[in-house]
Write a protein that binds this ligand. Structure first.
Ligand SMILES: *Cc1c(COP(=O)(O)O)cnc(C)c1O
Length: 430
């Protein structure tokens, strides 16, 4: 957490990526954050234990709720997003569930962009429906569509900053204004952009979620997710959020907003969400992710440089029909990318071949350096045909709306030598 207690100058992004949340270990002096493989933590006394269970003192009880290695990761990502607090989870999808849990009751609704990672569309549309939570999907290209779709039971709006798979950029500031106008939080999935390229809180978002599985961990070796709260949303402005504004019977009638102030949402995510839903992050994965984040600024710079060069190469290739990359001048999202991600439009994007579906499949299979798999944000270059994999569960219409039609090929451009990346695509296209 970057509470900046009277420091003359806040440390820069690169410094926080390495140091936030991880001072030297006070007992051993270990400079790297130890992996605390402990399920539980000894109480000083019966009174201490009771105070911990009442949430009247901070401390560790049980690693489903909090763990020191996991807490270090929460603090680091919160710092990079300029947020107030964080809740780490076992995956990006777990983070989305935990993010919505304090906001929603059965019968409630929320608005979500149609342009989301396919797994999120399925999670929201099908699985959340079993909790009585209704997702209303909206074409995010015109932010006014969100205003038009609002209902009295809407408790949040959910968008991706740079959307998977097409690299489409959403007008965060415009959507934030609509959410603020009706007193509900804007949740932004910032997975593809990372806080290095885009910081949604600067544009009025209230909550950020990440699949840390992708660029934050960065090496394709650990699942994880995190929910970051800006600490700025006023939970008392209306009656929409009883979990924050009303007494909580399971904790002796405390009111989260009154007791925890700007940490209310983060405390609820831990003390109720993680406690009862249970998707805690393992300390080993937290450690791998902490290490990954240390090089996030360097990696993102190179990811973006390689992606921009690959997009330009593909756009000029005679067999390529179109390229959807917001960093290209030809992209309708170029202006939004300049505003929200001025250091680069990410490194995940899509293209289509003049030969359509058949040609696309052939390119995926002919690549040698690119790995054919369902992930993004790895050091390695990755290639995928979304319609038959990540977006397979969707209807044809949902796939088209999400930018994952039958001819679409998705790339996640890695950190290999640029000439090698282009040479691999060149031979596959040939
Ligand atoms: C991968 C991904 C998710 C889901 O994250 P997991 O860690 O796979 O559960 C959510 N949003 C986006 C944009 C993603 O790319």
């Amino acid at each position: 957490m970057s509470d900046g207690t009277a420091k003359p100058r806040a440390p820069g992004f690169e410094t926080r990526a390495i140091h936030a949340g991880t001072p030297p270990d006070p007992t051993t002096g270990a400079r790297n954050m130890p992996i605390y493989h402990s399920t539980a933590y000894v109480f000083d006394s019966v009174d201490h234990a009771a105070a911990l269970f009442n949430l009247s003192t901070f401390g560790y009880i049980y690693s489903r709720l909090t763990n020191p290695t996991v807490a270090a990761l929460e603090e680091r990502v919160a710092s990079l997003e300029d947020g107030r607090g964080g809740t780490a989870c076992a995956s990006g999808h777990a983070a989305q569930l935990v993010a919505f849990f304090p906001l929603m009751s059965p019968g409630d609704e929320f608005l979500a962009s149609r342009r989301l990672y396919g797994g999120s569309i399925t999670q929201f549309g099908r699985t959340f429906a079993k909790f009585g939570w209704k997702a209303i999907f909206v074409d995010s290209d015109d932010p006014e569509n969100f205003a038009r779709a609002l209902t009295p039971r809407c408790k949040a709006i959910f968008i991706e900053s740079i959307a998977n798979p097409g690299g489409v950029v959403t007008d965060i500031e415009a959507v934030a204004k609509i959410a603020r106008g009706v007193g509900i939080p804007l949740i932004v999935d910032n997975t593809l952009a990372t806080p290095y390229l885009c910081r949604p809180f600067e544009w009025g978002a209230d909550i950020v979620v990440h699949s840390t599985t992708k660029y934050l961990c960065g090496h394709g070796n650990a699942m994880g997710g995190v929910v970051i709260d800006s600490g700025r949303f006023d939970w008392m402005q209306n009656e929409k959020f009883p979990a924050m504004s009303q007494p909580e019977p399971a904790y002796h009638g405390i009111t989260f907003h009154e007791t925890f102030g700007d940490m209310a949402y983060t405390m609820h995510c831990h003390a109720v969400g993680l406690r009862d839903l249970g998707p805690a992050l393992s300390p080993t994965n937290a450690s791998l992710t902490l290490t990954g984040i240390e090089t996030l600024p360097l990696r993102m710079e190179r990811h973006v440089a390689n992606a921009a060069a690959v997009a330009a190469y593909l756009e000029s290739h005679p067999k390529v029909a179109w390229v959807s990359y917001a960093g290209l001048d030809s992209s309708p999202y170029r202006a939004l990318a300049r505003k929200y991600a001025p250091k680069g439009a990410g490194a995940v994007f899509t293209f289509g071949l003049k030969g359509g579906y058949e040609a696309g499949i052939k390119v995926v299979e002919a690549c040698e350096l690119f790995s054919h798999l369902a992930n993004i944000g790895d050091t390695r270059s990755l290639i995928l045909h979304p319609a038959s994999t990540t977006h397979r569960q969707l209807t044809d219409e949902q796939r088209q709306a999400a930018g994952a039609g039958p001819d679409v090929v998705r790339l996640s451009v890695g950190l290999e030598t640029l000439d090698d990346i282009i040479a691999d695509l060149d031979q596959a296209l040939a």
